[in-house]
Ligand binder design. Sequence first.
Ligand SMILES: [Zn+2]
Length: 409
Amino acid sequence: MKLLFIVMDGLGDRPIPELGGQTPLEYAKTPNMDKLASLGMNGLLHVIAPGVTPGSDTAHLALFGVDPYEYYTGRGPFEAAGIGLVVKEGDIAFRTNFATINTEGLIEDRRAGRIKEGTDQLAKLFEGMTIDGIEILLEAGTEHRAALILRGPGLSDQISENDPHVEGKEPLDFKPLDDTPEAEKTARVLTTFVMKARTMLGNAELNKKREEEGLFPANYLLIRGAGKVPKLPNFEEEYCLETACVAGGGLYKGVGRMLGMHIIEDPRMSGGTTTDLVAKFDIAQDALKNYDFVFTHVKGTDNYSHDGKFKEKVEFIERVDKEVSRFLPENYEGDLVVMITGDHSSPCSFKDHSADPVPVLIYSPDCRRDKVEKFGERYAVEGCLGHIIGKYLMGIALNEMRLVHKFGA
Ligand SMILES: [Zn+2]
């Protein structure tokens, strides 16, 4: 039995007066997901724990059965893995921005004018660099984004950032957050690296050209989100599942890669609200031929939530629903478990994540049934799954796949 796991980022919401007191998911016309809800099991998912607002990273760990309280060490490692750096246990990873600093030493643009091209060449300048016996690995991501890894002995992730988070200020100093020699060494290495990088980037042809063209040069690095790369359970070893990750965002690919999933790369899948949903679900459908477990992530729901755009959120959900049609039992050849949920709620009225639980539906050909007939927050609570904690979801999914995780004789 194979499983398709669809995660709509920030799916959960609150009643919106303009939608007649319904949430975007309740209001949206979703005949296909409603069908699966009526044939399947429904419930409310407290992704981390009741009352805890998840980040997208901790949320996804929990959805994959990995307790974030045990394994999460910061966002840096997941971003780095998502960009494509092969992270190793013990590495210290950071989220990084190419930024613009002016001659007075003030940050002029935190994103170097959202530089589109050439950051991979800039990152190459640092190839083979070591400081104090520590390897420096910098990898460019999309636009101004990059990831940094420090690799070597005697490092710590207890280190502050240099990003002032506002423009017109000086970058901050890296400070050790505890009084260990490891934290102090890490601060020293980062300070030296950023100093060297400023000179090297300032002299780069690309930046001279950008300045001539009146563009913000990418002449500085803002570094944040330190995390020590943890040893995570491996999906394939843990569950004996060949798993594929169908996602556009670096963070989600990073979580997948660190759990040993096969990452399917396709440029049509990135872009959040502008992602090519038809292509994404074509790819997911195709992946089901070769993999037991296909994780498919869509980001648009969360992006619209952060902008408070509930009408657009409704439309995006409806577009996803259209693609779900091909996985209905009458349209899909073969036995398939379909699991649909969000990684957290992002109410449009909050324009941010909230701790509200998210609806979850699980359909399998012979699963239990409940009386729920629609996929939505207020319906899900009546379902037979009741209230469940995120880290137990995988176990429930495996049970539907007939993969037994037995406890006791
Ligand atoms: Zn999220």
